[in-house]
Design a protein around this ligand. Structure first.
Ligand code: SF4
Length: 338
């Protein structure tokens, strides 16, 4: 008996081939999104996208037809908004949503065949990862080269091979870790789908929603849209090195690092991620502090990056020749976009 993915899996993983097959089988035409009864799907996609832009994972889950359509509208909205940062952020949060579903499915699924099918569809078919999942527990094993290819992009100490359980050329991970390992690939998959989408005519309702969203959110990305950061300044690089080694950073350096990252357009979520390797990391406290600096909490004032003078006086400056005449680290290594 061959096992197939059910409708509940298609709802959670609408990027799989089976979901595209569904759209083709129903002969759905994009123009149908302009029908009045489709407005709830469009509104749902807008709600999902706004959650993602605010740094939240959209956790509502509906029937598979609605989820597949919502996914499709989300891609069309992102494409029509046409802002690189929106594409990247929404792809990342869509990937985190999938990560959450997949971790749960792999942990609670009783049918070992179903579990293996899910692993095959996502890890092997999409990302060509040679992985095996234990049918009785939540342990996965993947080859050392497959592991290293992904883990090299993770900053935390726990991903270093030396800190993993390795046997006979395989690295052993629990399912949450295995899923976490493919977050970047999931995010890239969605980002690439949007990028490669060829849409000759965006349905009017979707286009008008995309125009509203562009107007509402483009201000956030002004800095990124004006400048490209080619290199971090030495003071920031030094602080990042300390954090990545899992060592403690003084408060003044944390302030500098967080305000700098926010100033160049990183999201609060991305800034929190940077601090995850701190020895005293506490997500709740870090989130509050980062949101406070971003002007979302407390005084609602967005804090500026400290000047080079101030950083010198705090022993946080590691000036190089290129720092000459700089007043603020924000000026280092940037190129104005034309
Ligand atoms: S001169 Fe300014 S930008 Fe350069 S390392 Fe010192 S504080 Fe950073």
């Amino acid at each position: 008996m061959s096992i197939k993915l059910g409708s509940s899996e298609l709802a959670k993983y609408p990027f799989l081939q089976e979901a595209s097959d569904y759209i083709q089988e129903t002969k759905f035409d994009f123009a149908e999104f302009d029908r009045p009864e489709m407005i709830h799907i469009i509104n749902r996609a807008v709600e999902k996208l706004e959650n993602e832009l605010k740094g939240k994972i959209y956790s509502n889950l509906d029937e598979y037809e609605i989820e597949i359509m919502t996914f499709l509208v989300s891609l069309l909205l992102i494409k029509s908004i046409g802002l690189e940062e929106v594409s990247k952020k929404c792809s990342l949060f869509e990937a985190m949503r999938v990560e959450r579903f997949l971790s749960t499915d792999l942990s609670v699924e009783r049918s070992s065949q179903k579990k293996k099918l899910l692993v095959q569809k996502i890890f092997q078919d999409l990302f060509d990862i040679n992985i095996d999942v234990d049918s009785t527990s939540s342990i996965c094993k993947l080859s050392v080269p497959d592991y290293l290819l992904r883990a090299s992009k993770m900053y935390e100490q726990e991903w270093k091979l030396i800190n993993r359980s390795v046997k006979d050329g395989y690295v052993y991970l629990d399912t949450d870790e295995a899923v976490r390992l493919i977050r970047n690939e999931l995010s890239n998959l969605i980002y690439t789908r949007v990028k490669n989408m060829k849409v000759y005519e965006v349905p009017i309702l979707i286009k008008s929603k995309a125009d509203e969203l562009r107007k509402k959110y483009s201000g956030r990305y002004v800095y990124r849209n004006q400048f490209k950061i080619l290199e971090y300044p030495p003071c920031i690089k030094h602080a990042m090195e300390i954090i990545n080694k899992g060592e403690n950073l003084p408060h003044s350096a944390r302030f500098m690092l967080a305000t700098y990252m926010l100033a160049i357009g990183k999201t609060e979520e991305e800034v929190i991620e940077i601090f995850k390797n701190s020895p005293d990391y506490n997500e709740k406290i870090t989130r509050y502090q980062v949101e406070h600096l971003a002007g979302k909490k407390g005084s609602h004032i967005k804090y500026s990056v400290p000047s080079c003078d101030r950083l010198r006086s705090e022993d946080l400056c590691f000036a190089v020749k290129e720092c000459e005449n700089l007043i603020n680290p924000i000026q280092f290594g940037r190129r104005k976009l034309t």
